[in-house]
Design a protein around this ligand. Structure first.
Ligand SMILES: [Fe+2]
Ligand SMILES: [Fe+2]
Length: 253
């Protein structure tokens, strides 16, 4: 698969990088790049296995431009494991929930880059990418306690992180929502915290103009109707603490 351009108006470009992780033990993960006027933000750059390729691809897409931001939706290794490499080889600042800034350095951090890992406050923030505004939206407990999604109002793409993840598929675009549920349901029931949080998230994102929802794993939702279907499904889903208590039994030896 080659890089997929999700949006391009000549100044603003959204690129889904080629999948470099297929076929391994590690879970498949998508890396996204947003470029505005030759200034870039990479989202959830991933771990060591894909680091060299994602870095090379990022600079080839930037073609002489500069990487300004590393956006880290949460603290999982498939997102932040290679963060030291990214900070050492670029001038970009990395942003992650304030809950995780003191945990990420355990992945191994060179002193000289430590002050370039910056906190996103619980209420979220707005990034300025060469004049383009990008919104870090609170999506806590979906699944991480300190978790953000990124909304780009120019391309109208909502980068939803682990929410909307699908596992074990060989397509990158959802065409049949019902058939696709099979690849999302188990993950969302177990990883997402509770229906109450899903509903709050749905109420927030229904106010946005969304063309595409692009998760960090698996296929994306390619049009407004499909995005609405996905949001409605989330708002109804029982998950996490809604379902977990019956499994709290002493295991049989
Ligand atoms: Fe995660
Ligand atoms: Fe993930």
């Amino acid at each position: 698969m080659a890089n997929t351009v999700l949006y391009d108006d000549g100044v603003h470009k959204n690129i889904l990088l080629e999948d470099f992780s297929a076929g391994g033990l590690a879970v498949q993960a998508n890396q996204h790049l947003i470029i505005h006027d030759r200034v870039g933000m990479i989202l959830d750059p991933g771990g060591h296995k894909v680091y060299a390729k994602v870095l090379a691809e990022t600079f080839s897409e930037l073609s002489g431009g500069r990487l300004k931001y590393l956006f880290l939706s949460h603290q999982d290794p498939d997102i932040v494991a290679a963060i030291n490499g990214w900070l050492m080889t670029t001038d970009a600042d990395a942003y992650i929930s304030s809950l995780w800034t003191r945990f990420v350095p355990h992945f191994g951090f060179d002193h000289i880059v430590a002050d370039r890992l910056k906190p996103i406050p619980d209420e979220g923030m707005v990034f300025d990418l060469a004049g383009a505004k990008l919104y870090a939206l609170p999506a806590h407990f979906l699944h991480s306690e300190g978790n953000f999604q990124l909304y780009d109002p120019i391309s109208k793409i909502l980068y939803s992180g682990d929410l909307g993840a699908s596992i074990g598929i060989d397509y990158m675009v959802v065409r049949d929502f019902k058939a696709h549920l099979h690849y999302m349901e188990g993950f969302h029931r177990r990883y997402m915290a509770a229906n109450r949080v899903m509903k709050a998230w749905a109420d927030m994102v229904r106010q946005l103009d969304i063309e595409i929802i692009a998760p960090q794993h698996g296929a994306l939702f390619p049009d407004p109707a499909m995005c609405r279907q996905f949001i409605d499904w989330c708002a109804r889903l029982e998950c996490g603490v809604d379902l977990i208590t019956p499994t709290f039994k002493i295991p049989v030896g």
